[in-house]
Design a protein around this ligand. Structure first.
Ligand SMILES: [Zn+2]
Length: 402
């Protein structure tokens, strides 16, 4: 009896020491470096969606525009999202017309907080089909909705809203209308904007006379140092810390996880502002805009920056020709698609863990890894308590036996 008891104490002590030692070691390497899921979103699926939307001329209130609205709604419904069409009045040059945001909500464990992933589906009056501007963005939103509902069907920590905005070409009408007239009571903690990409790294720059090797992927973020286009907004320290954390997570994925070259995949402060993300940034929401070949800055004689957006040439066929083939275009789409998917996962993780630290520590720093060290320690503590149960039981039995 005495021998068994001593053995128990010895074993318990050794195991206890080992667990305490292990739980004290912080995780190695960048916290967000490993994709949370092994399955990846498919650029082929995005291509197929461009191909569908490319059938229709989607200028406001045209027949093709209404076909696109119905198609996107059916795709969101197929994903099992809580869908709604938010209609409102938008201005065309020839008068007021009906416009409609197509929205699909995936409820999270914490349904009050929400990440928004969106892109506009209307096209400019002068575009023929708007494949690049912006069927590619809508196709990406639909593919990400599929990933979060069909491929990984576990409930996300917070809600995700998938949005196909309308009347962006009229000056950002749809997303602004949504923010001013929310359908659900949601605290929006981040926004990912997809508008014109795919002709981007690693697609080679095919423009004659161009001196650049690749088309760029410009990744414009809520600003952390250049506030020139948001200088009419006053940001609190907490917002600026949040913008910085969002940027860190994004750069970690882009440069550490995927090792994309900084000259071709360029994460930078938003100095363009000409898409739906700007209304989110103005409301202190961390946001990002994925943008491929770019007309800005268009310096005189700069042949690197030519775009066919807002022209009759904006078709899937043109995109493929510029990319040098379908396979190349798929690679170009894949860059923005995978970064946006990983960013969505990593930012949800960040928001979730940061809030856990907030409750205990009153700490708004939200540095990467704090949450993981905390949860490691918590697991260690739980194991310790479990291990103590037989020890306490044996001691209690031994004393009772005296
Ligand atoms: Zn656009």
């Amino acid at each position: 009896m005495t021998h068994t008891f001593t053995h128990w104490i010895k074993t318990s002590f050794v195991m206890l020491s080992a667990i305490m030692l292990l739980s004290a070691i912080p995780p190695i390497g960048p916290v967000h470096a490993v994709p949370l899921y092994s399955n990846s979103p498919s650029p082929e699926h995005v291509y197929d969606q461009i191909d569908i939307l490319d059938q229709w001329y989607r200028y406001l209130d045209s027949p093709g525009h209404r076909n696109a609205e119905a198609h996107i709604l059916s795709m969101f419904d197929d994903c099992g999202l809580n869908t709604t069409v938010q209609s409102y009045t938008a201005q065309r040059l020839d008068g007021a017309v009906r416009a409609a945001n197509v929205l699909g909500l995936l409820e999270g464990e914490d349904p009050s907080r929400c990440l928004v992933i969106g892109g506009h589906y209307d096209n400019n009056q002068r575009s023929s089909k708007g494949a690049y501007d912006n069927a590619v963005g809508v196709g990406t939103v639909i593919e990400l909705a599929r990933m979060f509902t069909q491929v990984h069907d576990d409930v996300p920590a917070i809600s995700i809203l998938f949005a196909a905005w309308d009347s962006e070409e009229g000056g950002g009408g749809g997303s602004r209308y949504f923010l001013e007239n929310p359908v659900w009571d949601l605290d929006i903690v981040g926004y990912i904007n997809l508008d014109m990409f795919g002709l981007s790294y690693p697609v080679r720059n095919s423009i004659p006379m161009s001196t650049e090797e690749y088309f760029k992927l410009n990744v414009y973020t809520s600003p952390i140092s250049d506030f020139s286009i948001y200088n009419d907004v006053e940001y609190t320290d907490e917002t600026l810390e949040n913008f910085t954390a969002f940027r860190d997570v994004l750069e970690n994925i882009t440069y550490d996880q995927y090792d994309h070259p900084r000259s071709w995949v360029i994460v930078m402060d938003d100095t363009a502002g000409i898409s739906d993300h700007r209304f989110f940034v103005q409301r202190s929401i961390p946001a990002v805009w994925f943008r491929g070949m770019n007309e800005k800055p268009r310096e005189e004689g700069d042949l690197n920056e030519i775009t066919f957006k807002h022209t009759p040439a904006d078709t899937l066929e043109t995109m493929e020709r510029y990319a040098g083939g379908k396979a190349q275009l798929l690679e170009g789409i894949d860059t923005g698609l995978t970064i946006s998917y990983d960013l969505a996962n990593a930012w949800i993780e960040h928001v979730n863990t940061t809030s856990v630290v907030d409750v205990g520590e009153g700490d708004h720093e939200g540095g990467d890894g704090i949450g993981d060290v905390m949860s490691g320690a918590a697991i260690g503590l739980s194991l310790l308590v479990l291990l103590m149960i037989p020890v306490v039981f044996i001691v209690w039995k031994r004393r009772r036996g005296r």
